[in-house]
Design a protein around this ligand. Sequence first.
Ligand code: NAD
Length: 345
Amino acid sequence: MFDHPSFDGHQGVHMFHDAESGLRAIIAVHSTALGPAAGGCRMWNYETGEQALRDALRLSKGMSFKNAMAGLPLGGGKGVIWGNSKADKSEKLFEAFGRAVESLNGAYYTAEDVGINTSDMEIVATQTKYVAGLDSGDAASGDPSPITALGVYRGIKASAARVFGTDDLSDRSIAVQGVGHVGGYLCDHLAKDGARIIATDIDEAALNEVCKRIGATAVKTDEIYDQHVDIFSPNALGAIINPETLPRLKARIIAGGANNQLSIPEMDAAVREKGILYAPDYVINGGGIINVAAEISGQYSRDWVMGKLDVLISTLGEVLDQALSTDAPTNQVAEQMARARIAAA
Ligand code: NAD
């Protein structure tokens, strides 16, 4: 693991196995410098354990940067459960995951990510108090994706203001990849503004439902990269900005909620060279963790969440402006800012 290309001085990487439920999970704690590590748990049917490890390493580092950029007293961590979220879920599996989280004694707080919903987390909560994103309890914040989507929507507007000189989206065309929790709510915001939306998803039923609801055009999953649109918004999985897809993109802005959008660090400079403004994923999608942080603090307050979201969008603006004025790639600017905040702590 220490030689793994995605290893970034992680504080701890923990592997868990439970024979009875079949749980195979990794919890990666990247840093607790700013506070306990916090980040969602993803359930995905990886082809190999190495792919699961890679995801845990990359996602937990992203959470350190995300929490730092959102100005939260939290470090970075992530859980991954290796399994099929449609076929392998059971009460015993999430109880075992809850015990795994509990065994870290508060070094890591978990919540929902891809493949995990609030009822799964309710089971986790029977075994540990280090869990957020719950529907019940004194400080319950529920599903974080509406706040994530609101932050992404506001981040798209902030990016549009810099590229098109106006944040009015009524004349804009936007390609949305993934209409799950985040992408679905995002589409509603964009449609309300009158944007022309082209959407895709591997889940055809979900795609048809969203397209019907907001009057969007559905395209096949691979066609989303070829659309003549102003903005490309990835809201599915990571690594979708890569050497194969970038030459096909016609958008002037990439801004979406998906984590780890750039397949390799070099894509940061490549995107800038193509004249595209990229809103760094871990900045623009920080709304959800702000919502989770409110719950972790023990006193959920909608006003506090909205205040933090305002600061987050200003921070995104700072990153974009600094990148544009110094002709630097946006991710590089954001990473420098995040690492400086962590180092200062
Ligand atoms: P989700 O599972 O609800 O939605 C993901 C959607 O993407 C699903 O509808 C899925 O069918 C679709 N999808 C998967 N592969 C695809 C492909 N190749 N092409 C098109 N669609 C595809 O998950 P979510 O909670 O909406 O999260 C979406 C992304 O945002 C993830 O990368 C997640 O890590 C990130 N994120 C989510 C939150 C949150 O609050 N939920 C917060 C921050 C970041």
